[in-house]
Design a protein around this ligand. Structure first.
Ligand SMILES: Nc1ncnc2c1ncn2[C@@H]1O[C@H](COP(=O)(O)OP(=O)(O)OP(=O)(O)O)[C@@H](O)[C@H]1O
Ligand SMILES: [Mg+2]
Length: 465
């Protein structure tokens, strides 16, 4: 399907203008005409055009001059020159100055339309390339891998929301790529060259979080020896990303609501209202709606954040993406470790296709990195997979208490595998209550939670099973 565009026609001959206008309108393009260079350039300033058709001899200025001005104003616009006679000299000059092509009066309509279509396509490609390069420069857009329908939908959503300032809520289990999606949304947005500021709200006490976000004035609290700008100010013109938004306390929620609504706030202890232009992205792996019902999360804030939702599917629901992800990470980690490109044996592949991946893409990425690092040869077999993948079936639970030492694994790997089994076992006995399991282990809850995170145990899912 050919693309429709906005096309400016600059020609002093009335019949030419009219016939071109008609021809283009019939093709569904939007045509705007001008009889002189001056009029044309004025219209060019008023509207964004994809393409211009410019007569080489205009009454008030040479067409080649006009060409140069158009290209200077907007290098992405396509220009086709029109002339009354075939002159290779003029054609040469026009292409040197950046014209897409050159047509001679009288022209063949079909040929002209083809030239126009090609020029429009080139323009679109160029624009896409500019955006892609911009994204690549920072995070590498092609690093989001996935051919499944679920992931295609995620890509579509990113492309749709990136150009706007709309607030986006990214949801999904741990390791599904929420942060990656946030970075990519920023990197493909018009704010790509401005700051992207991630804030991990989960790890900060309320006071610190607020002064981090909003800044403080000198003397606002004992240790505030100087006035400090907060992250909202640092992120001005750019994007701020709230990771683990569900962990933000109720007081801070009220302040966040105000920033989202008014785009303004005050520094702690300050009296001056500060306005910012910041785009807000947020992510959560807990069900915010449930927190709203439990009165732990403000409903109004929830709706403000959830203007557009990007839900990320767990890996076990899009297993067709596993081989692609494996290839991607094999390449990445083989290169990073200066190894020849590794591949998995069929047996190992099969185990990985059967595995449930409670830690999602992060678990898979870690498994590949580990296998590549531990490997001696190019083929990576079962022995290089973590025990939870290699030994257990689809549910990855503790099946046997017999110890085994897969070849190539270090003491650390073995201990980790064992620790994982112990914790799973205790959690199962404690009805998947982390508090109870921590008590029975006689360790602080925070220590247990750290281990659960490191060992990628998805307590929530297991609890629901
Ligand atoms: N579709 C994907 N393609 C390639 N890499 C991915 C993809 N999804 C996730 N990753 C990689 O997996 C790792 C985990 O992703 P990320 O940190 O974005 O997940 P998350 O959802 O924020 O996890 P958490 O909830 O634990 O913070 C990262 O290294 C990321 O680059
Ligand atoms: Mg994250």
């Amino acid at each position: 399907m050919s693309r429709k565009g906005a096309i400016l026609i600059i020609d002093d001959e009335k019949e030419i203008r009219e016939s071109l206008e008609q021809l283009l309108a019939l093709e569904g393009h939007q045509a705007v005409t001008a009889a002189t260079a001056e009029e044309g350039l004025k219209k060019f300033e008023e509207q964004v055009f994809d393409l211009a058709l410019v007569d080489i001899s205009l009454p008030d200025q040479g067409g080649l001059e006009v060409l140069k001005t158009l290209k200077r104003e907007n290098p992405e616009v396509g220009v086709i020159m029109i002339t009354a006679f075939d002159s290779s000299q003029a054609a040469f000059q026009a292409s040197k100055d950046g014209a897409e092509s050159y047509v001679t009066k009288p022209w063949d309509n079909d040929k002209l339309l083809l030239e126009i279509r090609n020029a429009l396509d080139r323009g679109r490609l160029q624009l896409e390339n500019v955006q892609l390069r911009r994204a690549l420069k920072r995070y590498g857009l092609p690093n989001i891998i996935g051919k499944s329908r679920e992931m295609q939908r995620v890509f579509d959503l990113i492309t749709q929301v990136a150009p706007s300032r709309a607030t986006v809520l990214i949801t999904g289990e741990s390791g599904t790529g929420k942060e990656l999606v946030a970075k990519t949304t920023h990197a493909t947005s018009p704010r790509a060259d401005q700051p992207f500021i991630p804030v991990n709200t989960g790890s900060m006490p309320v006071d610190l979080l607020e002064s981090t976000l909003f800044g403080h004035v000198r003397g606002a609290f004992t240790s505030a020896i100087a006035t400090k700008r907060g992250l909202f100010e640092v992120a001005d013109q750019g994007t701020i990303f709230f990771d683990e938004i569900g962990t933000v306390g109720v007081e801070t929620q009220a302040k966040l609501l105000r920033v989202i609504q008014e785009r303004e706030f005050m520094r702690l202890g300050g009296t001056e209202t500060i306005r910012v232009d910041v785009r807000i992205l947020a992510a959560t792996n807990v069900d915010l709606k449930r927190l709203v019902l439990e009165n732990k999360f403000r409903e109004d804030l929830y709706y403000r954040l959830n203007v557009i939702a990007i839900p990320l599917p767990p890996l076990r629901e899009r297993k067709e993406d596993i081989p692609l992800l494996l290839d991607h990470f094999l390449k990445k980690y083989s290169e990073e470790n200066g190894r020849e490109l590794r591949h998995f044996t069929l047996e190992a592949m099969k185990k990985m296709m059967d595995h449930d991946w409670p830690g999602n893409v992060r678990e898979l990425e870690n498994a590949v990195e580990r296998a590549v690092v531990l490997s001696a040869g190019q083929a990576l077999g079962l022995d290089l997979l973590p025990e939870s993948i290699a030994v257990n079936g689809a549910h990855g639970g503790p099946r046997s208490s017999q110890l085994d030492y897969p070849e190539g694994s270090t003491l650390f790997d073995i201990v980790e595998g064992y620790e994982r089994r112990l914790i799973l076992d205790m959690l199962a006995r404690s009805n998947w209550s982390q508090t109870e399991a921590a008590e029975r282990f006689k360790i602080p809850l925070s220590t247990l939670n750290q281990k659960i995170k490191r060992l990628q145990i998805d307590v929530k899912r297991r609890r629901e099973e």
